[in-house]
Write a protein that binds this ligand. Structure first.
Ligand code: PLP
Length: 517
């Protein structure tokens, strides 16, 4: 393809993308295809020898690929954590790939490094992070990673290296990564990657599935008595299943007695809500600012969550209180990567702040999105998502057969179906007076067997999953099978939430009919 052919194909691509967005609302959210559908259309068993006309390839995208896409940008997508996507972000990606510029060193592309240091400092201010986390502190700093999982891999490497520098006699097999039973699988995956033990500390429904000091202290005491060395805790501010927030002030107290424990805050999903000052107390921002070693949130999300931050996948922001801990762990500088400015320590070489060498120019799309929305526009979008979720949660609260399993968290509601005649109020200490200590062991109500209720809800979920006009996903919370409703698609409006409610009600009716039959 030459430049003029690109111009033509590019205009056509933009036209088709605009048409796609105009038609999005009328498409099914979930594709109507069966496994193996694409093989029937792409019949060539190997790469053709002769190159093809690009128009044919572009048309095949429309004909064969689009019908097999799940439309995450559909306003009725309430599954996982939606990944919001904006036109500004798309254009940022387009410009970035036009320059295709793996800015691993400052010299590899000064603009890539410098824009990243500026934009991620803006983002730190937007979220209210302490100045110590900013690049302009000269000590801490921020870096865009691919995903929150990569951020965890980076901080585990840094924490391990810091711990071993303080305790050179420690053996790798003695090290332990702490998570909770609600932590995203990123913790377990880090254990696999580094060959390090992982301990998932149990959390209770009565504590809102949050990690408390007593459980953390107990785990540390037991492990230390067994000759093990907990060196990092991945604490969650907004878990994937229910949006639970670990009790950060209590963790802060525990860490005073165990200063070797690196605390990483995984706020992959909920962290961007810190842009709205009214969320900061709930998310324990003051404590995070006072002691956490690292903090991560996704500006894309996955969003299951949302990548709630309006930036197209991928874009995970990681901040550390001390950048030296990253570079001490990850800096390898062979001769071919040395530069004058790097040797003089005058510039950031981001290759030493992440796992790979080359890196995408992610800050460009963040810059486009943040400037175009402005801080106030960004907050408005987050608040709208929370409002939509509150609307949905209040409909659940008012229902005599649908029940909140945990309190709604920002843009996430977790609920389940309970037969009405014997249903109990929502599981909220404030609202229901239900004895929460009974929940984790025996289910929400003693009137129904937990297993029977779980079966009912699995049937209910399979009915919801069979719909193509809406998408929700399921989880289990301490043995309770539940359904998650997550808001975050940029085009979701009140009417979509209310339509989702109608669908949820309609399928509840059918599931109960089958249960009673
Ligand atoms: N942490 C939490 C709390 C999440 O919800 C998710 C994804 O939904 C992740 C981590 C992993 O995110 P990523 O896909 O960016 O690795």
């Amino acid at each position: 393809m030459d430049i003029e052919q690109f111009r033509k194909a590019g205009y056509q691509a933009i036209d088709r993308i605009c048409d796609y967005y105009y038609s999005l609302q009328n498409r099914p959210v979930v594709p109507q295809v069966e496994p193996g559908y694409l093989r029937k259309h792409i019949t060539a068993t190997s790469l053709p020898e002769e190159g093809e006309d690009f128009q044919i390839i572009a048309d095949d995208y429309q004909k064969f690929i689009l019908p097999g896409l799940t439309h995450w940008q559909h306003p009725s997508f309430f599954a996982y954590f939606p990944t919001a996507c904006t036109f500004e972000g798309m254009l940022g990606d387009l410009y970035a790939s036009s320059a295709t510029n793996p800015g691993f060193n400052w010299l590899a592309s000064p603009a890539c490094t410098e824009l990243e240091t500026i934009v991620i400092d803006w983002a730190a201010d937007l979220l209210g992070l302490a100045s110590e986390f900013k690049n302009d502190s000269g000590i801490g700093g921020g870096v865009f990673q691919t995903t929150a999982s990569d951020s965890v891999l980076v901080v585990v490497a840094a924490a391990r290296s810091l711990y071993l520098s303080r305790h050179p006699q420690a053996k790798i097999e003695e090290l332990v990564i702490y998570t909770t039973t609600q932590t995203h699988s990123v913790g377990a995956k880090a254990g696999i990657v580094y060959g390090i033990k992982v301990r998932a500390i149990p959390v209770n429904m009565e504590d809102g599935l949050a990690l408390r000091a007593s459980a953390l202290r107990k785990a540390i005491e037991e492990d230390e008595a067994a000759g093990l060395r907990p060196f990092i805790l991945i604490a969650s501010v907004g878990t994937t299943s229910s949006g639970a927030i670990d009790c950060i002030p209590e963790i802060r107290e525990v860490v005073k007695d165990h200063p070797d424990l690196w605390v990483h805050i995984d706020a992959a999903w909920a962290g961007v809500a810190l842009a709205c000052p009214e969320t900061r107390e709930t998310m324990f921002l003051d404590d995070i600012n006072a002691f956490a070693n690292s903090f991560c949130t996704n500006f894309h999300k996955c969003y299951v969550v949302f990548q709630w931050g309006l930036v197209n996948f991928d874009c995970s922001a990681l901040w550390v209180r001390n950048r030296r801990h990253l570079t001490d762990a990850l800096d390898i500088t062979p001769a071919y990567l040395r530069t004058k400015h790097g040797d003089e320590g005058k510039v950031i070489d981001y290759r030493n702040w992440h796992l790979g060498l080359g890196r995408r120019f992610r800050s460009l799309k963040v810059w486009f999105v943040l400037r175009s929305y402005g801080a106030e526009g960004f907050r408005k979008y987050i608040r709208e998502c929370i409002t939509h979720n509150n609307t949905f949660a209040s409909l659940i609260r008012a229902s005599n057969r649908l029940q909140l399993v945990t309190e709604p968290s920002f843009a996430l509601t977790v609920f389940r179906l309970v037969p009405p005649s014997r249903s109990v109020p929502a599981v909220s200490p404030a609202d229901s007076g239900v004895d929460l200590s009974a929940i984790s062991s025996s289910g929400i109500t003693s009137e129904y067997d937990l297993e029977a209720l779980n079966d009912l809800n699995k049937d209910y979920m399979s009915r919801l999953a069979a719909r193509s006009d809406i998408m929700l996903t399921q989880t289990t919370l301490n043995g309770i099978y539940c359904i998650r409703f997550a808001v975050g698609a940029a085009r979701t409006k009140d009417e979509h939430v209310r339509r989702a409610w109608e669908v949820v009600e309609e399928e509840a009716e059918k599931a109960l009919e089958a249960w009673n039959a």
